[in-house]
Design a protein around this ligand. Structure first.
Ligand SMILES: [Zn+2]
Length: 255
């Protein structure tokens, strides 16, 4: 059994970009943790930041529980995720507590500052987490992990970087079999449908996700798909562990 850590910026990002893959891995018996940098405290016009944060922590925990996973929040704040010393130590502590074999995080270039900061924080905390002299200053700190975990980037939102260029995944996971569960996981984030309708002009949260997942599937001949890129920085492990865990449920991107 492998330990899988999904760590993105906000509640619902992982469900939209990787929910079907996480459901597949959970069904294969792997242990899933879904972590977010913030509790989504800016995601409401009606509720104050702490009120909406409490609602969204509950929604995220419910979504994770649908696949037998647990939810963790790093308690940074929306539009205030920064690649700084304290934040890197905080992400490192989560890596040491969850001891993942595979880490899935946000794309390095994405439309939202928090997504980009989360990506670089996770990348660098993966490097730091095995180093015993790198202290997190947490209460009862967890011991260093044995080695740098395998790191993968999810797609950027809408598959485009900040210049609007298409970001091609390395490979696409076939999530047709878990699409219904992915939809249920996203539906657990009930507070966000109304927020997105007002702020982004998107009327249907779930249908937008469905169109997106279909479009990603088309890149590899699947009805529904999710794309990923492996991070290949020098000391990071290079073997295709995620593809191996997924068996025949993936293909190289051909689109
Ligand atoms: Zn987000």
């Amino acid at each position: 059994m492998a330990a899988i850590l999904s760590i993105h910026a906000h509640p619902d990002d992982a469900e939209i970009l990787a929910g079907g893959t996480l459901a597949l891995l959970a069904a294969a018996g792997h242990q899933i943790t879904i972590a977010t940098m913030t509790p989504g405290d800016c995601g409401s016009r009606e509720l104050g930041p702490e009120e909406i944060a409490a609602v969204r922590r509950g929604e995220a925990a419910k979504a994770a529980a649908l696949i037998g996973g647990r939810y963790l929040c790093l308690e940074m704040r929306d539009l205030a995720v920064f690649n700084d010393d304290a934040s890197r130590r905080r992400v490192t502590e989560v890596l040491r507590r969850t001891r993942p074999d595979v880490v899935l995080t946000s794309a390095p270039s994405d439309y939202l500052c928090d997504h980009e900061a989360a990506s670089v924080l996770v990348r660098d905390a993966c490097f730091a987490a095995p180093a015993p002299n790198y202290r997190t200053f947490a209460e009862e700190p967890a011991p260093p992990i044995d080695g740098i975990p395998h790191l993968y980037f999810m797609d950027p939102v809408e598959g485009r970087d900040r210049e609007g260029r298409f970001v091609r995944p390395d490979f696409v996971v076939d999530v047709a079999g878990t699409f219904a569960r992915k939809r249920e996981m996203l539906a657990a984030h009930a507070s966000q449908r109304e927020w997105l309708r007002q702020h982004h002009g998107t009327d249907d949260y779930l249908d937008t996700m469905e169109r997106w997942t279909r479009a990603r599937g088309e890149l590899a001949g699947f009805s529904y798909g999710e794309g990923f890129r492996a991070y290949h920085g020098h000391p990071y492990p290079q073997s295709p562990i995620l593809q191996e865990l997924l068996g025949d449920r993936w293909r190289w991107c051909t689109g």
